[in-house]
Design a protein around this ligand. Structure first.
Ligand code: 7RM
Length: 654
């Protein structure tokens, strides 16, 4: 469905449409100002995909132009073969050359409340000095450097300094345990670690250096640990191995020549935990990755020079890599970076920040949106959010209920919402609206972006025109992963073995009559109840559609008769009682919304859900609880206490 197919009359009743038919048409005002305001971009890409990507790659600064856009030896792609460029040069030097050195790059705010404004000049200086410092310590092109840091500007300096000298960064989220850090350092054989004394989160001080020390004792490859002073807490500095960041950069020279990198030289490794086995080191290279993130930053976020962009993800996740560091910085964007949690000191911290910096584009995760819904509208209502013009969502399917709440209470009924589907592996957004073009449907990530060939397949690999199945990608794209670090077999097996020539991301999806994609979550999470496929996400969405429900997580549990039965963990909104009446009401509500087949057998009321540190529900753990099994690996869990409470609760009710 395109905007043109929606009549003028309909366009004037957007709010009615939103409720009844669940579509949202971009306003004329938004469309007129949008960078991409015309759907011809899709046809242009489809006509000659390689030429199209070549054109977008041309928006970057290359030291040497590529000889060939794509060399595709399934499943190994090389993009912009023979081209040379540097990511740090593209995010910094080229802006200074255009006179943008004094433009604000980052408004940084620490959790305790201190602030910093950094210009592109400031970041350029910091990155050059650090790059020289690292070189002086013996870091050379191709070396892996682990980064284990809080959300402070030095984390970005560290990434860009690595990129400048051709070292490969591997950022490990600052909330990970010593074991997780150790495992990743070992797999990457990192020679250096950059960390901080500590960081702030929920009013507490994290002991980052202490945790890093525990990890590093068992990592013989690490030669030096560089420590940023953030909190000023006492830390042990091991003589010969550990160095203070500020001492190193103070002594370093001001300019470091950017290393001319081959388009296919590694830019970074980022580990994803997945549900089984050891974490996979996802490899991204330079030219294709930068092309993908830079292009999608413009298409999807419509970012212009005067925008204030805020992506709330941690830099330690791919969302932070692509849409805090490389995408926005390649376009000299002004952005907000916030160190801490959304409820410190109060539940309106995010909205206070939006108001203070006049944020225009805001990008967050459904899990956060549902939390804000639970906290109540008084928090955003107390702040002036009128600067916002575009909202984004990433990380999970966003249920229509949360979409509509986000639209009304954060976007004051005016802002388009871009629901962006992608993965660590895809590098950049692949399925998403283009806000000046696409008619939105709450709950749908809408359509594959230009140059992306996504399809929904049956188990046998047949294309589904309308209905449910498996999401797959038919052709390579520039920012795709180039492999799993050190494990080509696992790369082939995980992503390319299900159907010949097709990339399998592991997600289920439905496609509707308009060709819109509705993501259904990981296929491992799809239940088989009495011979019917039911996605956990559909049942969750039906539950949160009920006015008493704030959040839910659904799992399939073994059932002798039906194969699987449905167990639903439910968080009620404040002021609702978890009693047997609520239990019956909710079961009935799901049966009414989806059908009797989807009626949960069991509802477990809870105050929290186990989530990964990036906010995804860990259904594997819930299945373990619901089936009374010993718990699996919980190292990626954000708060281990949640599990204990849930286990007790379930045993009580069982
Ligand atoms: C960016 C990121 C990837 C997985 C992916 C999906 C899920 C992400 C959406 C989504 C539905 C979305 N990278 N996912 N975005 N599902 N709609 N808009 O999250 O590697 O950490 O996770 O996240 O299952 O495969 S990730």
């Amino acid at each position: 469905m395109t905007k043109q197919e929606i009549s003028r009359a309909q366009r004037e009743t957007v709010n009615v449409l939103l409720e009844e038919n669940r579509v949202f048409v971009p306003s004329d005002a938004f469309q007129q100002q949008a960078i991409i305001h015309d759907e011809s971009i899709y046809a242009e890409a489809a006509k000659d995909r390689e030429a199209f990507w070549g054109k977008w790659a041309g928006e970057l600064d290359w030291f040497k132009k590529w000889d060939k856009v794509l060399d595709w030896q399934l499943p190994f792609a090389q993009w912009f073969v023979g081209g040379k460029l540097n990511a740090s040069y593209n995010c910094l030097d080229r802006h200074l050359k255009k006179g943008l050195g004094n433009k604000t790059a980052i408004f940084w705010e620490g959790e305790p409340g201190e602030t910093k404004r950094l210009t592109y000049n400031d970041i350029y200086c910091a990155v050059n000095k650090l790059a020289n410092g690292l070189k002086g310590l013996g870091v050379i092109k191709g070396d892996r450097v682990a980064i284990y840091m809080p959300m402070i500007p030095e984390t970005i300096f560290a990434m860009l300094a690595c990129a400048r000298i051709g070292a490969v960064h591997t950022v490990v989220f600052g909330g990970f345990s010593a074991d997780s850090l150790k495992e990743r350092i070992k797999d990457a054989q990192a020679k250096f670690l950059i960390t901080a004394d500590g960081g702030y989160r929920k009013g507490k001080v994290l002991a980052l250096k202490e945790t890093a020390d525990q990890a590093v004792v068992e990592c013989p490859t690490i030669e030096h640990v560089l420590v940023v002073r953030r909190t000023g807490q006492d830390v042990l500095m091991r003589q010969g191995r550990d160095l203070w960041y500020h001492e190193l950069v103070d002594k370093a020279a001001d300019y470091c020549e950017p290393e001319p990198m081959d388009a296919e030289d590694m830019l970074y490794i980022l580990y994803t935990s997945g549900t089984t086995g050891k974490p996979k080191g996802i490899v991204h290279t330079t030219g294709g990755y930068l092309t993908g993130v830079a292009a999608t930053t413009r298409w999807v976020f419509d970012i212009k020079p005067e925008d204030i962009f805020w992506c709330t993800a941690d830099v330690g996740w791919v969302t932070g890599h692509s849409y805090i560091v490389y995408g926005p910085m390649a376009h000299a964007v002004t952005q907000v970076m916030y160190e801490g949690s959304p409820d410190y000191p109060q539940r309106d911290r995010f909205w206070k920040i939006v108001e203070k910096y006049k944020v225009t584009i805001f990008y967050t995760a459904p899990t956060a949106i549902r939390t804000f819904m639970r906290w109540g509208t008084q928090w955003p209502q107390g702040c002036n959010l009128s600067s916002l013009r575009l909202l984004g969502s990433v990380g999970e399917p966003i249920n229509p209920e949360a979409w509509v709440w986000y639209h009304q209470h954060i976007g004051h009924g005016q802002c388009p919402i871009v629901d962006t589907w992608w993965q660590t592996e895809t590098g950049s957004i692949l399925i998403s609206p283009i806000p000046g073009v696409t008619v939105l449907k709450p709950g749908s990530a809408t359509k594959p972006l230009p140059g992306i060939e996504a399809v929904v397949l049956t188990q046998e690999g047949k294309i589904v025109e309308k209905g449910g199945g498996y999401l797959a990608l038919k052709s390579p794209w520039p920012s795709m992963l180039r492999g799993i670090y050190g494990d080509n077999e696992r790369y082939k097996k995980t992503y390319w073995s299900r159907w010949p020539g097709m990339y399998f991301p592991g997600d289920g999806a439905k496609i509707d009559a308009d060709g819109y994609f509705w993501l259904l979550g990981r296929v491992d999470d799809i239940m088989l109840v009495a011979g019917h496929n039911i996605s956990t996400m559909e049942v969750e969405s039906a539950l949160v559609d009920h006015p008493s429900v704030a959040e839910s997580a659904v799992v399939g549990i073994t059932d002798e008769i039906k194969g699987q039965a449905i167990a639903a963990f439910v968080i009620l909104k404040e002021g609702h009682k978890p009693d047997s009446q609520a239990d019956e009401t909710l079961k009935g509500h799901v049966a009414k919304k989806i059908g009797a087949i989807a009626r949960p057998q069991k509802i477990i009321f809870t105050a929290e859900l186990p989530k990964t540190r990036s906010g995804k529900i860990m259904r594997r753990l819930l299945r373990d609880i619901a089936e009374g099994r010993a718990l699996g690996d919980v190292t990626t869990l954000a708060d281990t206490h949640v599990i204990e409470v849930l286990k007790e609760k379930y045993q009580e009710e069982a």
